[in-house]
Ligand binder design. Structure first.
Ligand SMILES: C[S@@+](CC[C@H](N)C(=O)[O-])C[C@H]1O[C@@H](n2cnc3c(N)ncnc32)[C@H](O)[C@@H]1O
Length: 215
């Protein structure tokens, strides 16, 4: 994987560079609270594993030792950090430039797919989830941990109103997506999804989901 491999994606520029440079620092305040959900996603992966939007590799240390890891990551500055962090941990990984909406893999080629805090950022959630289902083998599992729109009407309205500012400040994260609905409608044979509130510091909590969808 070289930065040159990323030229054709056109997903570069200063905001992507800054997002990658600051991501771990910005996350540091909540990372301890997120770790249980990394264990419930990456930690339960098996076989040939595809992580979409791997970022700097925050899930790397949670994958079981035998997992065969492939990442799709469109941001070249994230990919460089992901590669470096994998080397530090002694993990052999494949990193592919690309988008979740159009995965560069054959049908039925993975046992597990993982997203953590990614579906809030992609351009087209329906396409990504449909691609996840396509590349999973029969019986394959999609393990997800995401933040979502609130089911509480007033909070949901507030998330919608605040979303443009939040999206701008975070270079593309959306607060107001119904991701459990998107996953539920995607044609998986079984979906288990738990909803909970993650405290990101008093008095703010963010609605989250964690779960598994089986092909
Ligand atoms: C908020 S970060 C999460 C990183 C990591 N999964 C984690 O848990 O810390 C979102 C990641 O998704 C990537 N991303 C954004 N749009 C994407 C897309 N359409 N397909 C795949 N990855 C995407 C971003 O480059 C970034 O690395």
């Amino acid at each position: 994987m070289t930065e040159h491999d990323y030229d054709s994606l056109g997903y570069n520029g200063m905001s992507k560079r800054l997002f990658a440079a600051w991501y771990d620092l910005l996350n540091a305040g909540v990372e301890n609270r997120v770790i249980p959900y990394r264990r419930l996603t990456a930690g339960l992966a098996n076989g040939k594993v595809l992580e979409i939007g791997g970022g700097t590799g925050a899930n790397l240390e949670f994958y079981p030792p035998g997992a065969d890891l492939t990442f799709v990551e469109p941001n070249p500055h994230m990919a460089v950090r992901l590669q470096r962090n994998a080397e530090k941990l002694g993990r052999s990984v494949t990193i592919a430039p690309g988008f979740g909406e159009n995965l560069p893999f054959e049908d039925a080629s993975f046992d597990t797919a993982v997203t953590t805090l990614v579906l809030c950022m992609v351009s087209d959630v329906e396409s990504v989830v449909s691609e996840v289902r396509r590349v999973l083998k029969p019986g394959g599992r999609f393990l997800f941990y995401e933040h979502v729109v609130s089911t509480h009407k007033l909070l949901g309205i507030w998330q919608g109103l605040f979303n443009p500012i939040w999206k701008f400040a975070t270079t593309g994260c959306n607060l107001n997506r119904d991701l459990s609905g998107e996953i539920g409608r995607a044609g998986f044979s079984q979906v288990e999804c738990r909803r909970f509130s993650l405290s990101v510091g008093v008095p703010i909590t963010i609605p989250n989901i964690v779960g598994v969808a089986t092909v």
